[in-house]
Every structure is written in C-alpha cells, then in structure tokens.
Ligand binder design. Structure first.
Ligand code: S3P
Length: 172
C-alpha cells in the first residue's frame, strides 16, 4: 500500500520539532522520492530566513506564501512535502494539502519538542518561549486542527527515525 501512496505525495505536518524534516529525508532516500521543504523553499525564494520574513513582513504574509506554495505543489507527484509547523492551521491549507496527497501528522510531547528545538534559533514563534509550558499551550491550541487534517498520526517520542518511518509505511 505504501508503494502506491509513493506515486502520489506524502504531506508531513506537525508541531515544530516533531521530526518532519528528518522523516522526509529518510523516506526520500528509502523510496527515491523528491523532497520539498516548504520553509526552505519559501526562504530561498524570498532570499530571507524565516525569522527575517516574520520580522519584515509579519506572520500573515508568511502564511499566504505557505498557502500559495501548497497550491503550486499540487502539480507534483512522488514528492514528500515537509510543511512548516503552522501550515495546517488554516482550513484552506488543509484542503489544499488533501489535494496534494496523504497527510501524516507527527506528534511528540512538549518535553521531547523542547529537547529537539532547544539549540536552534530559526523559529520566530519560539524565540522567547523555549519552555515546556509555552510549547504545551501552543500545542494544545493547535491539536484539533492538526488531528482533523491528518489521514494518519504517528507518535515520535523515544523512537529513532527508522522506527518512525517503518511505522508510517506499515500504517499507510
Ligand atoms: C512555524 C513552524 C516553522 C516555520 C515557522 C512557523 C509554526 O516550521 O514554518 O517558524 O507556526 O509552527 P518548522 O515546523 O519546520 O519548525
């Protein structure tokens, strides 16, 4: 079944630090699929880092870029689309994602997320909020939207990337 889904696209969603980019790289290698890192592509095209885009143009501008890119990516196939953590928060984006392929939600506890994002400063929304309480609060606000968008949910705590990918393949 996974082989069939490979001919289509796989859209990875989930909170910052849930493992979307890491999983995308591994699956891409295993199944020889293209990878699109939405944040990276947006940042390349704007010639600015994500924090710079937020600072210069604001979050709404960035969200519009995400929406447009999700629509553009409907032309692709055999592609793993790794979304930014907020991409599933707009209902329009969710319907554009569904047209793109199977939507897989990666989850982790706030504690795991904090461990994974701690050293990294490229996330404007966590810039001054690197603590479990804030992450838990934002995650809770987002939970319903993430879950509604997902065709499949894979929990990633205490698993390595190979285990996560294997679980995805068997469940898809
Ligand atoms: C965001 C997540 C980030 C990036 C931007 C906003 C969010 O992507 O798109 O900083 O709203 O959750 P990652 O999930 O890849 O960190």
């Amino acid at each position: 079944k996974f082989r069939e889904s490979c001919d289509y696209n796989i859209v990875l969603i989930g909170f910052m630090g849930a493992g979307k980019s890491t999983v995308a790289r591994t699956l891409g290698e295993w199944f020889d699929m293209e990878i699109v890192e939405m944040d990276e592509l947006i940042s390349d095209r704007q010639r600015m880092s994500i924090p710079e885009i937020f600072e210069k143009h604001g979050e709404e501008y960035f969200r519009n870029l995400e929406t447009n890119l999700l629509i553009e990516l409907q032309k692709t196939s055999r592609t793993i689309i790794s979304c930014g953590g907020g991409a599933a928060m707009r209902s329009q984006n969710v319907s554009e994602m569904k047209k793109n392929g199977y939507v897989v939600l990666l989850t982790a506890t706030p504690k795991t997320i904090l461990e994974r994002v701690k050293e990294n400063d490229d996330r404007p929304l966590l810039k001054n909020h690197k603590n479990v309480e804030y992450i838990a609060e934002l995650m809770e606000k987002r939970r319903e939207k993430y879950e509604t968008a997902a065709d499949l949910i894979v929990q990633t705590d205490e698993k390595n990337v190979q285990e996560i990918c294997k679980e995805m393949i068997t469940k898809l």
